[in-house]
Design a protein around this ligand. Structure first.
Ligand code: NAP
Length: 250
């Protein structure tokens, strides 16, 4: 029997992360659902996965905190074994506003949650996956955003810039570890139906903007999860440093 591959999904309790966790579990991967605050969402998802016979743990950890990230990865080492795949998905958004209304505290909060977190989680993954360290290789998939290309003027250019940094991380890290058995790819979702838009102060944002989308609708978390799954699988074995836009043509 082939060994079950181990996957960490940061922010895996809700939204795109939850759809991704479910898809990996349904395909026989052992998964770690990381969450920060919403233990109820993470635990009930884990219960549903286990009820179907899936292997799954939940780990509370704030991925913007270096010590929490180290604890997250060590827990996975102990409870699930050798890490194969990291999905950097956890992210935050703040109230829509123009730059004139943004203070340094807000901007730093966006950057530490959306950028520093991806860097330190990737660092822990590379340590474990790199063939240079005796690892077996692996895959990292970063969840960026179409905002990296649009810049999100008048809404949240701080968030957009944080996602621009993720695109650069993807490119740079993919080249840095390409000969160490590790592929690094990225998805850039457009408007996807999740709770995130409420955090920006406009739960019905997709309704307002859907006519601008060539496909005339928002996307669903599973439609992003399928792309993440492909990029993490052997089916995309010659793909690294690549970006998959999932924005209905926007
Ligand atoms: P969501 O429904 O708001 O879920 C966000 C998840 O991130 C939650 O599980 C949350 O944990 C977790 N999280 C946030 N900060 C964290 C931290 N410091 N440590 C650990 N977990 C943390 O958002 P979503 O729409 O699924 O977003 C997932 C990713 O897709 C994000 O990177 C987002 O930027 C990106 N994205 C979303 C859209 C969209 O339209 N929805 C578009 C483009 C890109 P708790 O459950 O514990 O709160």
């Amino acid at each position: 029997m082939t060994k079950q591959k181990v996957v960490i999904i940061t922010g895996g309790g809700r939204g795109i992360g939850a759809a991704t966790a479910t898809l990996f579990a349904d395909n026989g991967y052992a998964i770690c659902i990381n969450y920060k605050n919403n233990s109820q969402a993470a635990e009930s998802l884990a219960e549903r996965i286990k009820d179907k016979g899936g292997k799954c743990i939940t780990v509370q950890a704030d991925v913007s905190c270096e010590q929490d990230v180290e604890r997250l990865f060590t827990t996975v080492d102990i409870e699930l074994g050798q890490l194969s795949i990291l999905i950097n998905n956890a992210g935050i958004l703040k109230q829509q506003s123009r730059l004139e209304q943004m203070n340094a505290q807000r901007i730093n909060e966006i950057l530490i949650n959306n950028v520093t977190s991806y860097f330190i989680c990737s660092r822990e993954a590379v340590k474990r996956m790199s063939t240079k360290n005796g690892g077996l290789g692996g895959v990292i998939v970063n969840v960026s955003s179409g905002a990296a290309r649009s810049g999100s003027p008048n809404e949240y250019i701080d968030y957009a810039a944080s996602k621009g940094a993720i695109d650069t991380l993807t490119k740079g890290l993919s080249l840095e570890v390409a000969d160490e058995g590790i592929r690094v790819n990225c998805v850039r979702p457009g408007l996807i139906h999740t709770d995130m838009h409420a955090d920006g102060g406009e739960p019905d944002r997709i309704e307002r903007l859907k006519d601008l989308i060539p496909l005339k609708r928002g996307g669903f978390p599973i439609e992003v999860a399928e792309a993440i799954f492909w990029l993490a699988s052997e089916k995309s074995s010659f793909s690294t440093g690549n970006f998959l836009d999932l924005a209905g043509g926007l």
